[in-house]
Design a binder for this molecule. Sequence first.
Ligand code: PLP
Length: 380
Amino acid sequence: MKFPIDRFQSLKTPFYYYDLDLLTRTIDVAMDQAADPRYHIHYAVKANANPLVLAPIRDAGWGADCVSGNEVEAAVVNGFAPDSIVFAGVGKTDDEINYALGVGIGCFNVESLPELEVISQLATARGVTAKVAIRVNPDIDAHTHHYITTGLNENKFGIDLRHLDDVVDTALRLPGIKLVGLHFHIGSQLLDMEPYRLLCLKINELQAHFAEKGIQFPSINVGGGLGIDYDNPDANPIADFKSYFDVFRNNLHLGKNQQLHFELGRSIVAQCGSLISRVVYVKQGVEKQFAIIDAGMSDLLRPALYGAHHKIENITSADAAEEVYDVVGPICESSDVFGKDEKLPGLHRGDLVALRSAGAYGETMASRYNLRPIPASVGI
Ligand SMILES: *Cc1c(COP(=O)(O)O)cnc(C)c1O
């Protein structure tokens, strides 16, 4: 990636930089690959809720996938059509449900029987009907990091297959509820398409089962989770949307007039973002050399939270002779490390480094730990 270094010099580090041209190209490729009138993409707002990032996604006409009342509000405030908003999450509060009913969202992705009952009560009290999809836990192993798999029956998400018939029957019976479909989301950062193929087969099986009972769902939502290349962001700046959408095209049997919904987050926004930080000190340890930068886990939590690695680049002097560094943040936690034994062009105090592929689950996870400020952002 070519960074607009001149524009960076006057900005206070650390900050998130978004390459909005790459974002637009990514959206275009995803739209091309999903060009079927029955396919609908809802952007997963939790990946990045920065208005700079939301604007081109909204302009593409996509919906929003939200997991809190504040995310629903952010989607509405940023111009997403309320009826294109879907709302998942295992712990929706009454306030969140009431807010979503008030703005008239497109669908609640319901994760438990008690939640279904509460939505029914609150909708009935307001004299409205809540559109609902049942989030199913299909017990498919996405073979990804155990903190980011969501579709196994040991996870807290969704309705277990063994309880699904009961929950569907209840949804069809409860007042204030219109059952519109089934929802799935099996995990995140999936690069192998096999779990998605297995998901398609499972959905076909479930649809056949419900068809026998005379139940046909207007829509199926297969969630998100498509992964990106964190190691080689320049070689693969755009996720493999073709393979992803082909799996569903080739394996999922849609019924007549049935709509298929997708909820993509990371694959849309990860590669367009970098966290730009400045080297504060280069410190000689006993057997190590540390590059201490002014970004920490409060700005980009993924390495400390999941052991994730973001490619690190010296963007001030890319051609200097290489040396080996542990690249660490300033925060008082041993896990505040961005890279160990990183071979980088020689770093000096004041140099700028880029932590790549940080557009997803970066800025939205920033905290004020150590009373640090929330990082700024710039879109160019
Ligand atoms: C987080 C989430 C997504 C998006 O996942 P990505 O891996 O970012 O594509 C989609 N659906 C639900 C329900 C989610 O919680």
